[in-house]
Design a protein around this ligand. Structure first.
Ligand SMILES: [Fe+2]
Length: 221
């Protein structure tokens, strides 16, 4: 009986998450596949840390939904094919708070809160929305921040051409201890080198339409 209700809750979570990601991708096709790639990398990277089952589940869900608040950013800003003005960037930055608001409406998504709200915080305190520093930032948000940045750098954006994987890794390492957590960058670098040596694809381009999450991998929520 208890197992049934856990399974039902997980099905509900996945269904809601999948629908939300699909809505985001319809609005912003340039980032198609981004949410799922961040989810996949965060899931693998999280396993290199000593996260308990619940934290790992929160990391995966939060990574998947990290940019869901962009649904609330108007198209003239979200899809602008040029650099944002100061005021436009201020509005764009509200996506983390909007995202937290969206997921807080649904009990089965509440475990995703930390990565959604804090994935743009920086170790040096210069991030947003709260300017948290170092250990004030939850580990699962710091992991999401790194994989999100890696994917953003290696993907063609509206006005920014993609960097090579090697260039993106170097940039992450250059910003270690300032923008990114040192320990997370070390783990990411080791993971990246390992994938590179085995010639495995670090990320695959998948859209929410192909999102097929395995319920068996999902602990109780
Ligand atoms: Fe974001």
């Amino acid at each position: 009986m208890e197992q049934n209700s856990k399974t039902n809750s997980n099905i509900k979570y996945y269904e809601v998450a999948k629908a939300l990601i699909h809505a985001l991708e319809l609005k912003d096709p340039y980032t198609s596949g981004h949410s799922f790639r961040v989810y996949k990398m965060a899931k693998e990277l999280g396993k290199l840390f000593d996260l308990d089952e619940e934290k790992q589940f929160s990391l995966e869900g939060g990574a998947l939904l990290h940019d869901i608040g962009k649904i609330g950013i108007r198209d003239s800003i979200l899809l602008k094919p040029a650099s944002l003005t100061f005021e436009e960037f201020r509005i764009m930055k509200t996506h983390v708070v909007l995202g937290a608001d969206i997921i807080s409406q649904c009990d089965s998504l509440k475990h995703c809160l930390e990565p959604v709200l804090f994935h743009h915080e920086r170790i040096d305190g210069k991030g947003y929305p709260h300017g948290l520093k170092g250990e004030e930032i939850p580990l699962i948000a710091k992991i999401t921040c790194v994989v999100d940045s890696y994917d953003a750098m290696t993907t063609n954006r509206v006005y920014t051409p993609a960097r090579t994987p090697e260039e993106a890794l170097k940039e992450l390492q250059r910003c270690s201890g300032a923008q990114f957590d040192h320990e997370v960058i070390e783990a990411f670098s080791d993971w990246w080198q390992d994938k590179n040596q085995k010639q495995e694809n670090i990320i695959e381009v998948v859209s929410a339409g192909d999102l097929d999450l395995n319920l068996n991998e999902c602990p109780s929520s």
